[in-house]
Design a binder for this molecule. Sequence first.
Ligand SMILES: Nc1ncnc2c1ncn2[C@@H]1O[C@H](COP(=O)(O)OP(=O)(O)O)[C@@H](O)[C@H]1O
Ligand SMILES: [Mg+2]
Length: 266
Amino acid sequence: MFEDFYGFNRTPFSRDIPTDQLYQSHRIEETLGRLEYAAERQQFIVVTGDCGTGKTTTIRRFKDTLDNSKFKVMYLADSKLTPRHFYKGLLEQLGCEAKFYRGDAKRQLHKEIELMKGIHKLQPVVIVDEAHLLDREMLEEVRFLLNFKMDAQSPMALVLVGQNELWERLKLQSYAAIRQRIDVICRLPHLDRAEVGDYVKRHLEYAGADHDIFSENAIDEIFKFSGGAARMVNKVCTHCLLYGAQNKRRIIDDHMVKLVIQGELV
Ligand SMILES: Nc1ncnc2c1ncn2[C@@H]1O[C@H](COP(=O)(O)OP(=O)(O)O)[C@@H](O)[C@H]1O
Ligand SMILES: [Mg+2]
């Protein structure tokens, strides 16, 4: 494929880019800082952003950088999450088989978390990705997680990650009880033009490229088409690299980007 033509030893613009090879913008650094702070203080944090802006990737990085000897991360990303599956999923990650009834599983989870904190001195961090897809019942259930002890201390750090609709919903009056408990809100914005340039460079560097493949004008077009969403940048760049390799073009210019977008992406 195009890797040979461009002399890459890894594939750029792929999903599985290791988290120590990511492009790091100021905003991503800031989000990671807030996540870490929320983990340490056992807070409730909501991370929102449009689709493809790098939410899940940022969470992957957060998981990888958290100190394993201090924190136990539990991660769920199931669009059809029901309360039973929720408790089952969390308990499985703690190495336990969940009791059948929801109420029992809930008590069981709280007990396990208490044990983990008391005996192993691990602070729990529960992450629910794709949280914009949760229905009301599930969102309420998530809130109950924070409620199970009467004392003021929070039982865990809770991270809800989702598209912007999540925040639109939480703003509704009927979600006030949940909203009031949120300690921190972070939004991952789209990349700006300069950031898209740096982002593309980072992926090419990771792949082992020895020169800039996309011209500055090409980056302008990529920015315009992608709107600065990482996933769309990946898509355009991958299509351009395929086209470029087929047509033996070492440098990809704006004309080629336009051609590829018109021919393959719109
Ligand atoms: N900081 C980053 N560095 C490198 N690639 C990234 C970064 N953020 C996102 N990506 C790429 O963009 C794609 C989409 O990001 P993702 O985290 O899945 O978005 P979201 O969860 O917001 O929909 C990922 O598969 C990854 O390849
Ligand atoms: Mg995601």
